[in-house]
Design a protein around this ligand. Structure first.
Ligand code: 2P0
Length: 316
């Protein structure tokens, strides 16, 4: 009857960060966020009816509490049979490259396709969010926002991937899994950081500024608000108890390098998520110079240059 379905999704990088949830279930963010979806990395997930639930990541059976939890919630809503879920990531998992974002976006999209649920984009986004907050944004391509749409927190595509010729240059400093995951880091920040309340208030304001900068394709304005949101997020995390320090020495070196490149005339700015990697957003024409500028730093393991990617979609 239902057979199987395969979906592809890409990670996204937040420029106005999601870092904190409203208390309660379903990953309801404390403030809106804005992101760009990448085309360089992909998650491909195949879902099929089976006699019992199973989940394999890159060919290895794994017990993942977040995946199991989302499958349980979906099953309460839709009469789904047991599922065999097989996911392949073509990039490192769990080290600040947003594998949970692409992972849950692909999973929900594949389930929607497999069982003909007929979910709208907003509904897929809300379900992906329940798996991982940032996954809501990987349902859409190009520039996306995650905000309260009046009914629920869902993503909206602000600009399609081909509307603005930008690149994201990712300087990877370490592929080791991070010590404190995002969920725990956010919760610790909410409960213990003295900067948490001002952070949430500032994010609401930053979101409005960034949204305008994207729709007007105003690079300088987007650079300013994005670096500020990134630095404020890490300030909140650093001030938690115990403090969350996601950066390595090479991360800091790369931030200085991005600012030096901008001073030298390139259109480029940085952002850093809950991990040690540096993501430099730049004019596509400056991507090669930014790549070279990061690659020559001693602590950079490798550099990936990405364009803007599409939203999650079924492929088969
Ligand atoms: C973001 N991050 O906006 C922020 C910035 C990391 C730093 O969303 O607890 O894996 O599953 O909702 O989505 C990473 O956190 O956290 C994240 P949960 P998620 O991209």
């Amino acid at each position: 009857m239902h057979g199987r379905a395969t979906a592809i999704a890409h990670p996204n990088v937040a420029l106005v960060k999601y870092w904190g949830k409203a208390p309660g279930p379903h990953n309801v963010p404390a403030a809106p966020s804005l992101s760009v979806t990448l085309d360089a990395f992909s998650t491909v997930t195949t879902v099929a009816s089976a006699s019992e639930d199973s989940f394999a990541l890159n060919g290895q059976a794994v017990a993942d509490a977040k995946v199991a939890g989302l499958l349980l919630e979906l099953r309460e809503h839709f009469a789904l049979p047991p599922l065999r879920v097989a996911t392949e990531n073509d990039f490192p998992t769990g080290c600040g490259l947003a594998s949970s974002a692409s992972g849950f976006a692909a999973l929900v999209t594949a389930i929607d396709g497999c069982f003909g649920l007929g979910l709208t984009m907003a509904e897929r986004s809300a379900w992906a969010r329940r798996g991982s907050g940032s996954a809501a944004r990987s349902i859409v391509g190009g520039f996306g926002v995650l905000r309260d749409d009046g009914t629920d927190w869902t993503a909206e595509e602000l600009l399609p991937a081909d509307a603005w010729s930008l690149s994201i240059v990712i300087g990877v400093t370490s592929t080791r899994p991070k010590a404190v995951g995002s969920t725990a880091g956010m919760e610790r920040s909410r409960l213990t950081s003295p900067f948490y309340a001002p952070w949430v208030a500032a994010t609401v304001a930053d979101y409005a500024v960034a949204r305008r900068a994207v729709t007007e394709q105003d690079f300088a304005a987007l650079a300013k608000v994005s670096e500020s949101s990134c630095l404020k997020m890490h300030a909140v995390a650093l001030a938690a108890e115990p403090g969350l320090l996601y950066w390595h020495g090479a991360t800091v070196d790369a931030l200085h390098r991005v600012r030096a490149l901008r001073k030298a005339g390139l259109q480029v700015f940085f952002t850093v998520d809950a991990g040690p990697q540096v993501k430099a957003v730049c004019a596509a024409g400056d991507a090669e110079a930014v790549r070279a500028g990061l690659a020559e730093l001693p602590g950079i393991e490798f550099v990936v240059v990405s364009g803007l990617g599409a939203g999650a979609a079924c492929t088969a």
